[in-house]
Design a protein around this ligand. Structure first.
Ligand SMILES: NC(=O)c1ccc[n+]([C@@H]2O[C@H](COP(=O)([O-])OP(=O)(O)OC[C@H]3O[C@@H](n4cnc5c(N)ncnc54)[C@H](OP(=O)(O)O)[C@@H]3O)[C@@H](O)[C@H]2O)c1
Length: 311
């Protein structure tokens, strides 16, 4: 989106607080918003990771305040709320994904997903919203997911946390309406960011051979690598949409972005959700069979090697 002098003036004094700006949507949005003239506070849990954002800001010939915020740490949340003061736009973007069947995921992993993707957002929002109420204006933008609208096998806790976030967003939208505060959720499908790159995590029991999900976990992963990730969208498109939502006079309650997200939600709307489920199931089943074959081949190669080696 081009930098627009009129918008620059209009947004000059508007303060935007963004979470999770070390990479992905957060980093890209911090740059676009600051170029657009917003007063940006870009936060990240580990400020040692600030260099990519600093470089992107400098390349775009703009600047932003970079501050530490770990949404899992109540003290860090309180500190940022105090330091940020009156915030016009809060973008709750930080999030994590830990892949693996719900049978294999540990309680600690499920809690970490919920604490980051849901409770962290609730805590920060509860500290920022009162300032918006005082001024009778504000905007809260929550980055949910397609996984908050449909099921996501082998990512059940993630999907549940994003469903919770959408439920929270829809509910507080009405609570905050009398105070002139818009609450919006963004529901992206898969996009090429670090959540499916360097930050991609598998549960610690993902490769547990005793689990009935051992080959299914790997079948899902193969489906991700071969069928989902190559089709993932450009993260810049999500950042551009976020900027549009920040600027809009009257934002919509929610925005779905990405071909996969639009496809899945349209099918659901047409009553074709079960058809899509069958299609996804067949893909995972096929990839699980291929993973099983690969495992068997590996086993027989190992056996042959043992037989060939001198006694
Ligand atoms: N990319 C997709 O396909 C996709 C699709 C739907 C929804 N989303 C959502 O989009 C949001 C942004 O993710 P992304 O795709 O841009 O992935 P990303 O590049 O991995 O960015 C995630 C950001 O969240 C931060 N974060 C994680 N735990 C945190 C914590 N406890 N406190 C503060 N920050 C924390 C990460 O910081 P570190 O660098 O320190 O880990 C990183 O800056 C997430 O909520 C994600 O669920 C992404």
């Amino acid at each position: 989106m081009p930098v627009n002098a009129e918008n620059n003036q209009k947004n000059e004094k508007k303060r935007v607080l963004l979470t999770g700006c070390s990479s992905g949507f957060g980093k890209l949005t911090a740059v676009l918003a600051s170029r657009q003239g917003f007063d940006v506070i870009a936060t990240m849990r580990n400020t040692d990771k600030r260099e990519p954002l600093e470089r992107a800001l400098s390349l775009a010939n703009t600047s932003a305040r970079i501050e530490q915020l770990d949404v899992l740490d109540p003290q860090s949340i309180e500190r940022i709320a105090e330091l940020a003061g009156l915030v016009d736009i809060l973008v709750n973007n930080a999030g994590i994904l830990i892949t693996g069947s719900f049978l294999d995921q540990t309680d600690a992993e499920m809690h970490r997903i919920f604490d980051t993707n849901y409770f962290g957002i609730v805590s920060l929002t509860r500290l920022i919203a009162p300032g918006m109420i005082q001024r009778r204006s504000g905007r809260i933008i929550n980055i949910a997911s397609l996984a908050g609208l449909v099921g996501h096998p082998f990512n059940a806790a993630y999907a549940a946390s994003k469903h919770a976030l959408i439920g929270f967003t829809k509910s507080i939208r009405l609570e905050l309406k009398p105070f002139g505060i818009d609450v919006v959720s963004i529901e992206p499908g898969y996009h090429k960011t670090e959540i499916i790159g360097a930050n991609a995590n598998q549960s610690e029991n993902f490769y547990n051979r005793q689990s009935p999900m051992f080959t299914w976990n790997r079948g899902f992963l193969r489906t991700m690598f071969e069928e989902i990730l190559p089709r993932a969208g450009r993260p810049e498109a999500v950042a551009e949409l976020l900027l549009k939502v920040m600027i809009a006079d009257r934002p919509r309650p929610h925005y779905i972005i990405g071909k996969d997200a639009k496809f899945a939600t349209t099918l659901q709307w047409l009553g074709l959700g079960p058809w899509l489920e069958r299609k996804v199931y067949r893909k995972i089943k096929r990839n699980t069979r291929l993973e099983n074959q690969r495992e068997e081949e590996k086993k027989s190669r190992r056996k042959e090697k043992r037989q060939d080696s001198p006694k």
